[in-house]
Write a protein of this length. Structure first.
Length: 591
């Protein structure tokens, strides 16, 4: 029996979406290559009038998992994809988006794949990652490809290959040599790279059960990362200089795990004048990756925050400095409150807490009046930006904490900070660490400005460690730490973030996101279900991918509000979502 399995999904026609011309054929081409590799392959496409449903894909994955013995599972998808908001990604199947269940929740699938028992799972997404533009896309819920089984201490490693960056399309281009007349830029480039690798891309690994000195010649995902990130933009530009497509490859694995086995005879030396593919990166996103690769140090001072950024990144350095130097309001007489930069506060409701809105030094602010000496609540805010657009956010109002919100010109919540009020018992400790916390949050704000907070493997765990140190002084840091650990597949460290905050939950409720993630870990599940938490929904927008109807915290109001999300780093609603949240808060119906 082969020890590698591949599921290929190709959907040209998804509900009312514009038909594609190279998704089904791309899945077929990838399946052909996988068979050449000696893999067990299941191919599901809508060619010849077929249809692809979630249950079909789920059963195919389950068959591979239940068979046992596989060391690697590759799941390839070509078709329509979209982002509900940053970090909440979906693949559309034949009956989507009109049937909101007929889609694949990629984030949930990745999380569940870690627990399936197969040590190496690869997701390949040749799909657009453009934002949802309202119903019916914004109502899509989808499901996971994997059984949500019991937690395994030894969890699988995940490699993810996206055809394009968040917010961008994945292109099909004409190719006369293909039967369909079209090909997908990313799939074509990927298959060319693994069929005709350069000599310096390949590596040898011993064959455990083979004769002495026998080896397998392979290409790893880590090697493919710079190759694809350099070659795909060139393939698109060679067809039309106006096409822009840069893939995103997240590689957790290293040898002896690999992506493809290759024939050494097929490896080639570079042609004369041919240069190695180089992804030079663009704008803030590339700078964000650069920043997160050099995680700011702790108070021990192992590294300086004055990064040696080259000339291309000087604008990013200035932005970090600008954010770092900003001074927030230090306190409210009521021990709790919030300030907003970039928008006018046009509506506010805070559950059982009284509120008072005012403007001081051109800074819209809200005093919160807690009914006791501890606890928290959900604060629903209506925001109006200078263009006149109205949006809504829901944040935690916390006793003895001041929240600082940053809103961009389109009304999205792009920054969220908490700091102990000057009259808080935590203020002295916070004051000692304030400079470090502000610097770290500034780097994170810049890194995530054009997309979700996304780091890989060991870097995610390292970032989580840095964030976790200050999580009680700024609950938003705890949220970011929990997601960094979750992306690395380290639920035990997610649980450690929760366990540090839970003993203080009566005084300062645990952020909803941390409880949601901690409920996935057996040791903290029971406590996460009962601990006081605030607000009543995810703060970070990518938390919505974890909040399905099958999760214990799900409430019908979440389904209603989900369809009103707009793409943002922190949860932000359109005006309809704002009115729904305000009505539920005023009527005492918040979960």
């Amino acid at each position: 029996m082969p020890n590698r399995a591949v599921l290929c999904l190709g959907v040209d026609r998804a509900g009312s979406m514009p038909p594609l011309r190279a998704a089904a054929s791309g899945a077929g081409a990838f399946a052909d290559w996988a068979r050449e590799q000696g893999c067990d392959v299941t191919l599901l496409t809508d060619s010849d009038g077929g249809r692809v449903g979630l249950s079909d894909a789920f059963r195919a994955v389950k068959a591979f998992v239940d068979a046992g013995g596989y060391e690697q599972l590759v799941i390839y998808f070509a078709g329509h994809g979209f982002l509900l908001t940053q970090g909440t990604e979906y693949w559309l199947l034949s009956d989507a988006p009109e049937n909101p269940n007929e889609a694949i929740n990629l984030v949930r699938s990745v999380e569940d794949a870690r627990n399936c028992g197969i040590p190496h799972v690869v997701f390949i997404s040749d799909a657009c990652r453009t934002p949802a533009t309202g119903p019916p896309l914004s109502a899509v819920i989808g499901g996971s490809l994997f059984v949500a089984g019991p937690y395994r201490p030894k969890r699988g490693e995940i490699d993810t290959l996206y055809a394009t960056q968040p917010g961008s399309p994945s292109w099909e281009i004409p190719r006369s040599q293909t039967p369909e007349g079209f090909t997908a830029v990313f799939t074509e480039t990927l298959l060319r790279a693994v069929r005709q690798p350069r000599e310096n891309w390949i590596e040898n690994i011993p064959v455990p059960a083979g004769p002495p000195d026998s080896v397998r010649t392979v290409v790893t995902t880590r090697t493919l990362k710079p190759v694809l990130e350099g070659s795909v933009p060139q393939t698109a530009a060679d067809f039309d200089v106006r096409l822009r497509q840069t893939p995103e490859v997240r590689a957790e694995t290293a040898l002896p795990k690999f992506f493809a086995e290759v024939d050494p005879a097929a490896a080639r030396a570079p042609k004369r004048g041919e240069r190695e593919p180089i992804n030079v990166g663009t704008g803030v996103r590339a700078a964000g990756e650069r920043i997160l690769s050099v995680v700011p140090p702790g108070r021990g001072g192992e590294r300086s925050l004055d990064l040696d950024l080259d000339e291309d990144f000087l604008g990013i350095r200035r932005e970090v400095q600008r954010l770092t130097l900003r001074v927030e309001r230090p306190s409210f007489a009521t021990r709790s409150g919030l300030t907003v930069r970039g928008a006018e506060v046009v509506a506010v409701h805070a559950g059982g807490w009284r509120t008072e809105s005012f403007v001081e030094n051109d800074l819209p602010s809200v005093r919160l009046f807690p009914p006791g000496d501890g606890g928290g609540t959900s604060v629903v805010l209506g925001l109006r930006v200078p263009s006149g657009r109205v949006t809504g956010v829901v944040v935690a109002g916390l006793t003895h904490f001041v929240a600082s919100l940053g809103v961009d010109e389109s009304g999205r919540l792009v920054e969220l900070n908490y700091a102990p009020s000057e009259n808080s018992p935590l203020f002295g400790e916070f004051n000692l660490a304030a400079a470090e916390i502000r610097e770290l949050k500034a780097f994170l704000a810049v890194a995530a400005r054009e997309g979700r907070l996304a780091v890989e493997g060991e870097a995610a765990a390292a970032l989580g460690d840095r964030l976790r140190q200050q999580k009680r002084l700024d609950p938003a840091l705890g949220v970011l730490a929990a997601y960094a650990y979750a992306q690395a597949g380290d639920l035990a460290r997610v649980a450690s973030v929760f366990e540090h905050l839970a003993p203080f939950a009566e005084q300062t409720p645990v952020p909803f996101d941390i409880a949601l993630l901690a409920a996935r870990f057996p040791d903290t599940r029971a406590a996460a279900l009962t601990v006081p938490r605030a607000p009543f929904l995810p703060l970070l927008a990518q938390g919505w991918a974890h909040l399905g109807a099958d999760t214990p915290f799900h409430h019908p109001l979440h389904t209603t509000l989900r369809a009103q999300l707009i793409p943002a780093l922190w949860t932000t609603f359109d005006e309809t979502g704002l009115e729904l949240a305000l009505a539920a808060s005023r009527q005492g119906e918040l979960p």
